[in-house]
Design a protein around this ligand. Structure first.
Ligand SMILES: [Zn+2]
Length: 293
């Protein structure tokens, strides 16, 4: 029987290992010259099941899916979708939620199948943390201000200026979302394909000054387009677990923005005839029609 490879999370960074990371290269160079050389600690990594290009090529049936119970060993944070693109998945603090087309939110059952998921282990002390508005906390803080999508992305890109835009970022943004525009995909029928998603998906705009919630996901480098979603890919869930979806636009205040740079990216492909026989091609136009730019 085929057994799936598993990542052991015992190697994941403690906060002190995490702080040591930025000087890791320098110290490992020094260590190599001494007799007490220890190999550098492995860094955190992103685990992805299947490919965005597989979804675009309509490879998302039950036969390619992997069970939630198997995926959760790869992290406590991430996003994905379900068989036949039936809604969106968000995993926050180790709990996976199914954001459905009808607007309801359910906890994902262990035997639910996902044809695509991207996960990581969220660090205890992320590399970057900014808080704007609100009270308390030890991190950098400015007066209250409303951020829109482009301001948040600009802030992240500026803070990351010393880092390569060729890296992956894991991003968690929590705050009061006065405005959020989201979509949830509707399960496609056998006659439909990926291309039908924009015309069948549910788009919801919520204007509610007190909507407390969390948006999380990844910024992937442009070179990864097709393997995953290049650029920002974020899903949202509110604190009461009543509203959620794939994020299209937002405005947020009293916000905490946390970012982790991730150097490892592991992809595992479906063990399935459907995947093996599919004609999976990179099609930028089809990707952008659903995932945006
Ligand atoms: Zn999404």
């Amino acid at each position: 029987m085929f057994t799936y490879p598993r990542i052991l999370y015992s190697h994941l960074n403690t906060p002190s290992q995490h702080k040591a990371r930025m000087t890791e290269e320098l110290s490992s160079e020094k260590d190599q010259q001494s007799s007490t050389f220890k190999p550098p600690q492995p860094r955190n990594e992103i685990f992805q099941f299947s490919l965005l290009s597989a979804l675009v090529s309509s490879v998302y049936s039950k036969s390619v899916g992997r069970r939630m119970s198997a995926l959760r060993s790869f992290g406590n944070f991430g996003l994905g979708t379900f068989t036949d693109l039936d809604g969106e998945m968000i995993m926050l603090d180790g709990i996976a939620y199914h954001l459905t087309f009808d607007g309801s939110i359910k906890i994902v059952e262990p035997d639910a199948l996902l044809p695509f998921a991207t996960l990581t282990q969220w660090p205890e002390d992320p590399m970057l943390c900014k808080m704007v508005g609100g009270r308390g906390g030890k991190h950098e803080r400015e007066g209250n201000k409303i951020f829109d999508k482009s301001t948040v992305q600009e802030w992240i890109e500026t803070e990351m200026a010393s880092q390569s835009s060729n890296d992956f970022l894991a991003i968690k943004i929590s705050g009061q979302f006065g405005y959020i525009k989201m979509r949830t995909a509707k399960a496609v029928t056998p006659e439909q394909s990926w291309r039908d998603v924009p015309s069948t998906q549910r788009v919801e705009e919520v204007q509610s000054p007190g909507l407390q919630g969390t948006m999380l996901g990844f910024r992937a480098p442009q070179w990864a387009q097709g393997v995953t979603v290049a650029g920002y890919h974020l899903h949202f869930i509110d604190e009461r677990k009543e509203k959620g979806g794939h994020v299209l636009d937002y405005k947020v205040e009293n916000v905490k923005i946390e970012v982790e740079i991730i150097k490892g990216f592991k992809v595992d492909l479906p063990v399935s005839k459907e995947f093996e026989n599919a004609e999976i091609k990179f099609n930028l136009e089809d990707i952008l029609s659903v995932e945006g730019k």
